[in-house]
Design a protein around this ligand. Structure first.
Ligand SMILES: Cc1cc2nc3c(=O)[nH]c(=O)nc-3n(C[C@H](O)[C@H](O)[C@H](O)COP(=O)(O)O)c2cc1C
Length: 218
């Protein structure tokens, strides 16, 4: 089992990095292979630039940094996204990574008049979200529904991938570090168990992407 852990946080001492290390360690302990994409340390550029827009419009080929990210994901059966909750969503760095990397021709294929194809059906995605707020507030404001609609359905399932697990850590700015350390260790073990339990559909991708244009309405 091969996993790619994508971590989006500028501080290596953050809870987000702690949870990503905990997950990576637990997967390795259970015999899996793990690669890490540390988007901040690697200076991934999240700006959707003209080359990205041209690709979306059906012109040109993916920029080299985008191709490198797609190849990392192609090597993985499981994709783990670890991020702090910012404004009830993900940080701009991770959103930009998704905007630029999950493009037509690789993540899905849409051409007007032709059947829409979801191309990431072999991939299982795990979401691990570190949040400052309380669980009760999430319930009250409908944050879970928003998250399900916007991220699980709007991104993961749109591309045909399966949501393997979604985990929230609450009150990250206010709880004692020792409590959080215990929880983070448990999350590592739990996510690694889900990775072991949920085989991907067909192993790492071995078919070439075909770049076309546009984002379908489904
Ligand atoms: C720009 C910004 C926006 C935030 N928005 C939210 C939010 O919408 N909901 C929430 O629960 N916490 C929010 N927080 C709190 C962070 O989620 C919290 O500081 C983080 O999870 C702490 O973990 P870390 O050590 O990995 O940074 C926000 C923090 C920042 C900096």
């Amino acid at each position: 089992m091969t996993a790619l852990v994508v971590v989006s946080h500028s501080d290596p001492d953050s809870l987000t990095h702690s949870v990503s290390r905990s997950i990576s360690d637990a997967i390795r302990t259970s015999g899996g292979i793990v690669e890490t994409a540390d988007l901040a340390a690697e200076n991934f550029d999240p700006r959707f630039a003209i080359d990205d827009l041209n690709l979306y419009r059906g012109n040109g080929t993916p920029p080299a940094d985008v191709l490198a990210e797609q190849q990392r994901i192609d090597r993985a059966d499981h994709l783990i996204l670890a991020f702090p909750m910012y404004w009830w969503s993900m940080p701009a760095l991770l959103k930009g990574w998704i905007d630029r990397v999950f493009v037509s021709g690789w993540a899905y294929e849409y051409n007007p008049g032709v059947e829409f194809v979801k191309k990431l059906d072999r991939l299982v995605v795990h979401l691990v979200v570190i949040a400052g707020d309380e669980a009760e507030s999430f319930e009250r404001h409908g944050v879970y529904d928003a998250f399900r609609t916007q991220i699980e359905r709007g991104i993961v399932e749109y591309c045909g991938a399966t949501v393997g697990s979604t985990t929230f850590v609450y009150e990250s700015d206010s709880r004692p570090r020792e409590d959080l350390a215990v929880e983070i260790s448990e999350i590592g073990i739990a996510v690694a168990a889900r990775v072991q339990d949920q085989p991907s559909h067909s192993g790492a991708r071995n078919t070439a992407p075909t770049y076309s244009n546009s984002h379908a309405t489904v």
